[in-house]
Write a protein that binds this ligand. Sequence first.
Ligand code: UDX
Ligand code: UDX
Length: 428
Amino acid sequence: MSVDGPVRVAVVGAGYVGLTTAACLSHLGHDVTCADVDEAKVAGLADGVIPIHEDGLADLVREGIAADRLRFVLGASKAVAGAKFVFLCVPTPQGADGGADMSYVQAVAGEIGPLLDHDAVVVNKSTVPVGSTRVVESALGRRGVSVVSNPEFLREGSAVSDFLHPDRIVIGADDQAAAIRLVDLFAGVRSPVVVTDPPTAETIKYASNAFLATKVSFVNAIANVCEAVGANIREVVLGMGYDRRIGSEFLRPGPGWGGSCFPKDSAALVRIAENAGYDFQLLKGVIEVNTQQQERVVAKVVEAADGTIAGKRVAAWGLTFKAGTDDLRDSPALAVIDRLGAAGAVVRAYDPTRRDPLPGVEVVADPYEACEDASVLAVLTEWDQFRWLDLGSVRSRMARPRIVDTRGLIEPAAARRAGFVLSGVGIP
Ligand code: UDX
Ligand code: UDX
């Protein structure tokens, strides 16, 4: 809670970021109204039905509703009257030119501008091009209402914990008094706070995601070197990670990075730099390595099927872009499956969070069923349960004993004992 007690807050957008923000602010003791344009979503949330898979979120939403500190309304204009802070958490998808599309943010700003209290602070959490805080100011059309940038660093799957125990809070504001009020709103969260100007805060967000994407592309590139020279990536990253300057996080090789943020944010940063006259070749290389990584995984599956995949069955374990979420946005698993389908493979997939069929993929409710008559099993998402499945049972269902494990979940010795030929990313 803030040092002055509960504060009235509006959150616009009840997606992964907005719902987490609303539920956590209400958990901190504030009085939160969360708005969305999706009628079914609002009705469900009002009954405590959480539309996404996000650890710990359902409990906080129900806690907030029960304490009458959290409510859901249809449309931004119903949420903002009397609010001292309005958080913008609407999407900023990748536009046709690679840059972020600001149209939702601008439309919401235009809608709420006339309704805001004179001392309201608008807090932008959506990832927006550098300079957009000022665009929001003009879309609001309100003198005296401050707009502050407060980028989110919420990983899907651990968003609640990332909100309540962040590595840092970044606030970009021209109006120092507004920045201090926002720091105060987060008084229940222990964290270093970086207060800066809006363009710097916006750049911190892009630079952080681009750096993390660079780390993953780097490790995937080193994995490719490992394959060529007979080294083992698992031990390479272990040896690298003990160096505190490098750190051991974000060094897991795999099928490439995906999700709702890295792909669009890295493309947007390339575009932002280009517009400012800088050719960000390093980041272009990072993106290129990522695309190649998906192609390399497809090639590994084709190779495991003895060079031709057309007409053969492939079992896919994992559909989401990473474990801990039900989010399919820009999932490398789907990119690989799409390419396999285009090459004529018949893909049957299992994912613990998905049951509905997807275009070109049969989705089944059991990981063993996915393996029926398959020529290759491709492990594409790092769900922990894939480590513990019975490989003998998997083997007995498959047409041929081949596994391509892109996430390093299956012990090579156990796979060999069960009669499999295993290939992975960065292992000899
Ligand atoms: C967010 C941010 O907004 C994005 O900029 C950031 O980079 C990643 O995280 P996210 O919460 O993942 O996006 O998006 P999503 O789950 O799609 O939720 C957005 C919500 O906003 C949806 O529920 C949608 O219905 C709602 N919405 C969209 C509005 O309420 N009003 C609109 O005008 C548009
Ligand atoms: C990201 C940011 O981490 C978070 O701070 C916020 O800005 C939103 O975007 P998220 O998209 O949930 O979070 O996923 P993250 O955990 O960062 O992973 C991104 C992608 O990288 C996933 O596809 C993941 O599988 C991949 N990854 C991550 C690896 O392949 N190896 C790793 O070691 C780490």
